[in-house]
Design a protein around this ligand. Sequence first.
Ligand SMILES: Nc1ncnc2c1ncn2[C@@H]1O[C@H](COP(=O)(O)OP(=O)(O)OP(=O)(O)O)[C@@H](O)[C@H]1O
Length: 310
Amino acid sequence: MATLEIDHLNKSYGTLRALKDMTFSVESGEIFGFVGSNGAGKTTTMRIALGVLRPDSGEVRWDGRPLDLQMRRRVGYMPEERGLYPKMKVAEQLTYLARLHGMSAADARTAVDHWTEVLGVAARRGDEVQKLSLGNQQRVQLAAALVHDPQVLVLDEPFSGLDPVAVDVMSGVLHERAAAGVPTVFSSHQLDLVERLCDRVGIVRGGEMVALGTIDELRTTDFSRWRVVAPDAPPGWADAIPHTTVLDVDGAATVLELTSPAAGAEQAILQAALAHSPVREFTQVRPTLTDLFRHVVSADETPATEENAA
Ligand SMILES: Nc1ncnc2c1ncn2[C@@H]1O[C@H](COP(=O)(O)OP(=O)(O)OP(=O)(O)O)[C@@H](O)[C@H]1O
């Protein structure tokens, strides 16, 4: 198994620059979460990764070589627009897709039995796809991405519309595929799930990768938050501390965020609190992926320098 490399992809639709130097790689056995606001460029990247869309420049490599038609057949792809034939029966459809990817009839049948069983749609094998609930159609769609034993997985929103049990099943499948060495990239707006499941995460904004790393790396290289419990401090005590903004006040507890990595800023918070009150607690709050996402995605496009330097 090898690495999937997305290397400096650029793509415009007319005058809209959908991707700007999009770059990341997914190692063998790694689960990579691809997150960003609506329209950030995730689907465009994934379509290019599979080869259904051409970049204006840049390259997608697998095992060090540009992804060609033959290698694309080894990718398990779940498109955003989905792609099942509504009138075709579940097992027929999955068998057809497996055969299209070069499997023998016997292997295809075994794989269809296996994946419909794992994904909980075995009882629906003989039903037309259009007769299934949306969640079950989604399970069949996942089976379609997995049925040909792909060596890479590229999944656009694979968890959307799944019930909690199906989410657990799918999470288990991704872990199991990762343990077998398959690199996986998936997009999702369910950030708690991404945080739980992924080895590394990429956050995109306006077609650009704006944060990339493990959750722990993103936490330490980004911004920091502090929780102060100062029972005797008057309301508003924390409002004017330089390089900070107050995020939340709950009784005696105040949560502040550093707005720039100024040296000694956290000490300034502590001193300000001590000027008014004994301090019962002064701890760093570990941001969740949702916190990091909000911070990165809502960041002003223009450099925020003058305001704080004044
Ligand atoms: N075929 C197209 N023609 C013109 N513009 C497009 C086309 N496909 C995508 N875009 C635009 O490119 C940008 C990136 O879209 P893309 O679908 O890649 O975003 P996304 O991150 O997958 O969003 P979502 O989370 O909503 O699925 C958006 O501004 C979108 O409107």
